[in-house]
Design a protein around this ligand. Structure first.
Ligand code: FES
Ligand SMILES: [Fe+2]
Length: 356
């Protein structure tokens, strides 16, 4: 088995709330399951298996009619409970037909879907992104598909030392940070501090530094299974305690399959920042899709079916946050796979690959 199995008892991002506006659907493979999300007549998001139980047509090819998603092939209709509540063939079984439904939650402009045990979905555990609605920021949003398992993409986001080598607009050779890793409960935090550095092309878009030396503090927060938030703050080096601009951003990964990942990102600039939304979006698309993704995909291709730990990676100092996140995730996956045992008995680890 791959060493990137899925944590089931977790909330995963299905998409941006805006993708459901105007009666549209989100149809995405998540954790190797086809999922469709739609809003019912009250505007409440509902999530179902995107697989009609008759001939297995994607329900996302059908239509939303009030509270019912009607299959576009032969017309069976399902509501948010997963029961078949509309049936053009009265002699058929009707309500005894049921498909999987998922708990779903919209918060901070994100559509979250729970893949775990029904009844254990706790919306209070969803990581928050309250700045997505903050009046002082303008956010740009995007998503892309990466041909890599999601943990390799998380490694990329937790080890930002690659900025020096593949992101010239973010500072390139001048982006040489002091690094510190911290763990708070099950949250991993990677702190990066770059002092007395020339402003990057990108940071000049967030405040007019006119080439004066600046300090940058970048803090990446990771929560299982793969939800990350990056807060960047800038100050002039001669007034290091006075933050002159910020860039809060979201980096949320949802495994599509064991070897493909949905990468959802959002990035905010202060309303008065010189950068336009178009420039902001273009800079991030360039970085994420033309600089990060090709490198991560090439790494994934080189690792191939061997698996990450079996390939015996060299671990460098900047890797500590990514490795800690992998360990927490692996432990959580083991715990939910372990059979229930009487108190005091030994626990079997299950059959997933184990790091050295
Ligand atoms: S495949 Fe959906 S009703 Fe036939
Ligand atoms: Fe990157």
């Amino acid at each position: 088995m791959s060493d990137t199995p899925f944590l089931r008892n977790a909330w995963y991002m299905a998409g941006w709330s805006s993708e459901l506006d105007d009666g549209r659907l989100i149809a995405r493979r998540m954790l190797d399951e086809p999922v469709v999300v739609f809003r019912d007549s009250k505007g409440v998001a509902q999530a179902l298996a995107d697989r009609c139980p008759h001939r297995f047509a994607p329900l996302s090819r059908g239509k939303v009619k009030g509270d019912v998603l009607q299959c576009g092939y032969h017309g069976l209709g399902f509501d948010g409970t997963g029961y078949c509540v509309a049936n053009p063939y009265p002699a058929a079984a009707g309500r005894s037909i049921r498909i999987r439904r998922y708990s779903v939650m919209e918060q901070d402009r994100i559509v979250w879907v729970w893949f775990g045990v029904e009844g254990r979905a706790d919306a209070a555990r969803i990581p928050r992104f309250p700045r997505h609605d903050a009046k002082e920021f303008r956010f740009v949003f995007g998503h892309s598909e990466i041909r890599s398992d999601y943990q390799l993409v998380a490694d990329n986001l937790l080890d930002l030392s690659h900025t020096t080598f593949i992101h010239p607009a973010f500072g390139g050779e001048f982006w040489v940070p002091e690094f510190r890793m911290e763990q708070q409960g099950e949250r991993v935090i990677a702190h990066y501090k770059i002092l007395n550095s020339p402003p990057s092309i990108f940071s000049e878009g967030f405040f007019a530094a006119h080439g004066q030396p600046i300090d940058e503090h970048a803090t990446m927060f990771w929560d299982a299974a793969s939800v990350m938030r990056l807060d960047i703050k800038w100050a002039f080096s001669d007034r290091p305690d006075h933050v002159v601009s910020e860039q809060p951003s979201a980096h949320v990964l949802t495994p599509m399959t064991e070897s493909r990942t949905w990468y959802f990102w959002a990035s905010g600039a202060l309303k008065e920042a010189p950068i336009s939304d178009e420039q902001h979006r273009a800079a991030l698309v360039q970085a994420f899709e033309s600089e990060d993704a090709p490198m991560v995909e090439a790494c994934a291709a080189n690792i191939g079916r061997e698996g990450f730990w079996a390939s015996e990676p060299v671990i460098l100092p900047y890797d500590t946050a990514a490795v800690r996140a992998r360990r927490i995730l692996l432990r959580k996956i083991r715990e939910e796979r372990a059979p229930a045992v009487p108190a005091g008995a030994g626990v079997e680890a299950g059959s997933i690959a184990v790091e050295p």
